[in-house]
Design a protein around this ligand. Structure first.
Ligand code: ADP
Ligand code: MG
Length: 252
């Protein structure tokens, strides 16, 4: 079964067409790096998958569950709220700016969603959160507030928080872009471990080394379109499209 099926997705903000017919299929366990210039629609694409934005045209199916279908003129029709939520339920997302709750401790940040969304008790949620904190190497920070840990640590907490909902798909939107260079490695390592466990991952990133080393497939977006995609060695060593070449020349 495909994990994500996106067909001819169009998205406008007022008169600005930000996604111009994106089609994309993601297999189970695939790690995809999405690269491209600022403003090309990468974040918007991820946000559409997670129902943080509404698409205008096209269809999205998550793990066989239709979130939004398209009619014969390609106009989108969203399923009822409960079905949309069921389709997105297994998608976790990590943002550039961590988005931790500042007034909650590290542990409280992680147990919040399982308790509220999954309605599990605190007694059940805490051991799961502790296990995840151990996994990202931050069990000793469980009682710290976000202001009391580094940016890299905050992002690892954000990853643990997303994993607490037992996602089948993880979306990362430039997870290391807000970090000082010396802190990116610890976050990328946590992501590499997830990839090694065969998590299905869609990662928007400017870390070309990570894309090259970890991704199964690299997608180059520009101006609301997927311009070129392929195995990392194809994209990085033999890009075909002039826009891909120009972008990589700037990045590498
Ligand atoms: P990227 O992540 O590739 O930098 P984005 O998806 O964030 O690109 O943005 C694509 C375009 O959509 C940009 O021109 C951006 O200004 C615009 N945009 C994004 N979000 C909104 C919004 N909520 N309202 C209006 N325009 C937006
Ligand atoms: Mg972005």
């Amino acid at each position: 079964m495909k994990m994500i099926e996106v067909s001819n997705v169009h998205k406008k903000f007022h008169n600005l067409e930000v996604l111009k017919g994106i089609s994309l299929q993601v297999e189970k366990g695939e790690v995809i790096a999405v690269i491209g210039p600022s403003g090309s629609g990468k974040s918007t694409l991820l946000r559409c998958l997670n129902h943080l934005e509404i698409i205008d045209k096209g269809a999205i199916i998550i793990q066989g569950k239709v979130m939004v279908s398209a009619d014969s003129s390609d106009k989108s029709h969203y399923k009822p709220e409960s079905e949309v939520r069921a389709a997105c339920r297994k998608i976790g997302m990590v943002f550039q700016n961590f988005n931790l709750f500042p007034h909650k401790t590290v542990l409280e940040n992680i147990i919040e969603a399982p308790m509220i969304v999954d309605k599990i008790s605190k007694e059940q949620a805490v051991p799961i959160a502790e296990e995840l904190l151990k996994k990202v190497g931050l069990l000793d920070k469980r009682n710290n507030y976000p202001s009391q840990i580094s940016g890299g640590q905050k992002q690892r907490v954000a990853i643990a928080r997303a994993l607490a909902m037992k996602p089948d798909i993880m979306l990362f939107d430039e997870p290391t872009s807000a970090l000082d260079p010396e802190l990116t490695g610890e976050v990328l390592n946590t992501m590499k471990e997830l990839a090694a466990e065969h998590m299905t991952m869609l990662v928007v990133t400017h870390e070309m080394g990570f894309a090259r080393e970890v991704a199964d497939r690299v997608i180059f977006m520009d101006n609301g379109e997927i311009v070129e995609q392929g195995a990392p060695e194809e994209i990085f060593l033999n890009p075909v499209h002039p826009r891909t070449k120009a972008f990589l020349n700037k990045m590498l």
